[in-house]
Design a binder for this molecule. Structure first.
Ligand code: BTN
Length: 263
């Protein structure tokens, strides 16, 4: 069996982080938020083998069965609330680069923070920030990552089997893979998000983005519209052209997009 072990992850990282591993929790983001409110420092990480109430973007739930890596990191960066928006795409890049470094598998990114493998979603990221009391910065940021490492024994469930996948089949479960992935992800998330303005990360993120130039459907609040993706702006917002030829800028966090097909 492959389990996250805090000591082993800490050893791979050569210290510098406070890593807690629990068998199960409602949501690692929710728990870490409580710890942050009681003064937990930058570098605190919570990992669970499963979650009973895993949360996704826009109030959705996130399937969190055993076999996945459910990990939340606490950051206390000195940045403006608007700069905090670039942390989510940068974290997506950090996860994709980590998976490639550990398993040699290439993931692509669906703006803004979903990671895809073989045309199906393999990882979701939920970033939650608490603004500072003067409103000029952020008190803390929690980046929650749900990565489907092994296929759950009974599958993801009828609704998700068509759209979700895992990096590895259940039968290949081998001790140590989850620790290596966790350590690599923690290391890269902290190091990448320390320089969120980096041109290097912007270019690397753009390279993995598979919606550029594609026809997509955009879900924004109660409205839905079709558009063509024109490009990724430097602040990680997305420019799209709607069916009337108007250009719109999509801000992360407000919208979800779907490609007509992922062939
Ligand atoms: C999404 O796909 O909409 C985002 C999913 C984020 C899931 C992760 S799992 C670890 C952390 N804890 C949560 O409750 N959510 C995030």
């Amino acid at each position: 069996m492959d389990y996250a072990v805090s000591k082993e992850i800490a050893a791979l990282l050569n210290g510098g982080f406070d890593i807690q591993v629990v068998e199960s929790t409602v949501s690692t983001n929710t728990a870490l938020k409580e710890w942050a409110a009681s003064g937990a420092p930058d570098g605190t990480v919570l990992i669970a083998h499963s979650q009973q109430g895993g949360r996704g973007r826009m109030g959705r739930s996130f399937c969190s069965k055993r076999g996945g890596l459910y990990l939340s990191v606490l950051l206390k960066p000195s940045i403006s609330p608007s700069a905090a928006c670039s942390l989510t795409p940068i974290a997506a890049l950090a996860v994709a680069d980590s998976v490639e470094a550990v398993l040699g598998k290439e993931l692509s990114i669906k703006w803004v923070n979903d990671l895809f493998y073989g045309g199906k979603k393999v990882c979701g990221i939920l970033t939650e920030a608490a603004p500072s009391t003067n409103g000029l910065g952020v008190e803390y940021v929690i980046i929650g990552i749900g990565l489907n490492v092994y296929e759950p024994p009974g599958g993801f469930g009828n609704e998700l089997n068509e759209i979700a996948t895992a990096l590895l089949p259940t039968a290949t479960e081998k001790s140590g893979v989850i620790n290596r992935l966790a350590a690599e992800i923690i290391r890269r998330v902290y190091s990448y998000t320390a320089t969120p303005e980096s041109e290097l990360f912007y270019n690397a993120y753009k390279k993995r983005l598979f919606v550029l130039g594609k026809e997509v459907t955009i879900y924004q609040g109660n409205t839905t519209f079709k558009a063509r993706v024109k490009g990724l702006n430097r602040d990680y917002t997305l420019s799209v052209i709607n069916e009337s030829g108007e250009e719109k800028t999509l801000l992360s966090g407000e919208v979800s997009i779907r490609r007509e097909s992922y062939e």
